[in-house]
Ligand binder design. Structure first.
Ligand SMILES: Cc1cc2nc3c(=O)[nH]c(=O)nc-3n(C[C@H](O)[C@H](O)[C@H](O)COP(=O)(O)OP(=O)(O)OC[C@H]3O[C@@H](n4cnc5c(N)ncnc54)[C@H](O)[C@@H]3O)c2cc1C
Length: 499
């Protein structure tokens, strides 16, 4: 069947409704997740088929041959892919998010005309290279440097863990550029992979997403014209954080897909598997697992939709995309873990595919900002009054909404008290900040669920929001003991002998 024409002048929801069944067929027909995992490779034929379907051009503007889909629409497509295979979803999601977003938003017209059509067709695949061996969470510590010379910008340095790096045709690289925008300045630079002086390392051997390409890329005097700097020279870090909002949202969408896959597998298994004379799914404890998994998946989807809607309305999604990333990556891992548990021994075997889902989604709690670090940042934002939200919902759920608003008032009160008590020192109280952040994230997810509830989804929304409210309250309760817990942990680790 022919792929839908992504460049046609159609309303976006119609295009996505046409595309999703095609994506599902592509994933079922062309993608063998178990083989990709076993062989540690996405076959080039899969990449080509994804290109023919227009997946690499999803978020590239129509003027350059893409479909110009919004963040929300692209999220739906990435979720559908991730339901089946995370390596393929990450290859496409990384290309559409971190890989091409810088060029789309910040590239000059000549650079865009040259590269975007090829990136849209999938003839060229994009990578984003920020991390280095000694600079992961702390991107200020990067050492890769671009120096302006008479021939252009000369790049020296080494980037680690570059997704899609093994076959990418274009890298967006974060480099220090002391001559551009100040002595301590950083810039984002577009570097074609065939530039002399680029050396690729071997593919990393990984726990999960084993088919996704991850390599070290060395820039040994690679020279590009000065106009390959994206956006404002010297503003590279700000630009990178902006681009990361897309990456984190698409990654969160992938987590929704993974959770759906794991939930579907668990439901099918507990319905079929019989122990003690009845289906395992009939036991109360099993029902509690399945209900939790369904509620969490529902909330993750609501959270992603909410971030995408904020973005479509022109609001900043810096804090919301970080919250969604933490919520969805932790959620997907726990849904997979519970699914594996419900499968019993079979879940531990590779043949059910659940073990692979668990392994594949583990990295999402680390990359594009380790969750521990993001939680501290979100918590610090709460101290500064960030992350506020309204709760709007149908009258049938107004009682839950009222309790949610009450919990948010408590959270804001606690944050103000903490800021007043500790002043600037508050940002060093990481355990408290993380608990504030966890509480806010649970409340934000509950609000996203309530906002979208109508008709048949009302009971699911109520159940999900009640669970999240309970979760938020428990984090707020634990806020009382955060400093005591952090001090005890410091004492404990100080007593431990050096490794
Ligand atoms: C498969 C894979 C693909 C990747 N793809 C890309 C890519 O395409 N492009 C790219 O640029 N990078 C990529 N990365 C790198 C990834 O983004 C980084 O690994 C991530 O940002 C974390 O950095 P790190 O590994 O150096 O961890 P570190 O910074 O060393 O942190 C390790 C741990 O220490 C703790 N920690 C660190 N700092 C703090 C703090 N301030 N407060 C509290 N706790 C803290 C956290 O628990 C954290 O998880 C990829 C990594 C992997 C494994």
């Amino acid at each position: 069947m022919a792929a839908p024409d992504l460049t046609a002048e159609q309303a976006e929801p119609e295009v996505v409704d046409l595309l999703l069944p095609e994506v599902a067929r592509f994933m079922a027909r062309d993608v063998d997740g178990a083989a990709i995992d076993r062989e540690g490779l996405i076959p080039p034929a899969v990449r080509e088929a994804a290109g023919r379907l227009g997946l690499f051009g999803m978020t590239i503007p129509g003027a350059y041959g893409g479909a110009g889909l919004s963040l929300g629409a692209a999220s739906r497509v990435v979720a559908e892919m991730a339901r089946v295979d995370r390596s393929v979803a990450i290859m496409v999601g990384l290309h559409c998010g971190l890989g091409t977003r810088g060029l789309v938003e910040l590239g000059n017209p000549a650079l865009k005309s040259r590269w975007l059509p090829r990136l849209a067709s999938g003839a060229t695949i994009a990578s984003f290279a920020a991390t280095e061996a000694n600079a992961g969470s702390d991107l200020m510590a990067i050492r890769t440097t671009g120096r302006a010379t008479e021939h252009g910008l000369r790049i020296e340095g080494e980037k680690s863990y570059v997704t899609n790096g093994g076959f990418a045709g274009l890298f967006t690289v974060l480099a220090r550029t002391p001559g551009l925008g100040g002595a301590r300045a950083h810039s984002l630079v577009c570097i074609p992979a065939d530039t002399p002086g680029i050396v690729l390392g071997r593919e990393e051997d990984k726990l999960g997403i084993r088919g996704s390409s991850t390599v070290t890329v060395t820039f040994d005097g690679a020279v590009v014209p000065l106009d390959h700097v994206l956006g404002t020279p010297g503003k590279g870090l700000e630009h990178a954080y902006e681009i990361l909002t897309w990456g984190r949202t698409l990654m969160s969408a992938g987590c929704v897909g993974t959770a759906r896959g794991a939930l579907d597998a668990a439901r099918a298994h507990v319905a079929a598997r019989r122990q003690f004379g009845r289906a395992v799914g009939e036991f109360g404890a099993t029902r509690a697992h399945v209900a939790w998994m369904a509620a969490r998946t529902h909330a993750m989807q609501a959270m992603v939709s909410s971030v995408a809607e904020l973005h479509a309305a022109g609001s900043s999604i810096e804090i919301e995309s970080a919250m969604a990333k933490v919520f969805c990556s932790d959620g997907a891992f726990e849904v997979c873990d519970r699914s594996l548990q419900l499968h019993g021994a079979l879940g531990f075997l590779e043949e059910t595919g659940v073990a692979r889902m668990l392994r594949d989604c583990r990295i999402t709690r680390i990359f594009e900002g380790a969750n521990d670090v993001l939680l501290v940042r979100v918590g610090a934002g709460v101290l500064g009054g960030k992350g506020t939200f309204d709760v709007r919902c149908v009258p049938e759920l107004s009682d839950v909404a009222e309790r949610l608003e009450g919990a948010e008032r408590t959270l804001r009160h606690e944050a103000r008290a903490m800021a007043e008590r500790l002043g600037v020192e508050a940002i060093r109280h990481q355990v408290a900040l993380q608990r504030l952040a966890r509480a806010l994230i649970a409340l934000r997810a509950a609000a996203a669920v309530l906002e979208r509830a109508s008709g048949e989804s009302l009971p699911t929304a109520r159940y999900t929001a009640e669970l999240l409210l309970e979760e938020a309250r428990s984090w707020l309760d634990r806020l009382w003991w955060a400093d005591r817990d952090e001090a005890a942990a410091r004492e404990m680790t100080d007593r431990m002998a050096a490794p």
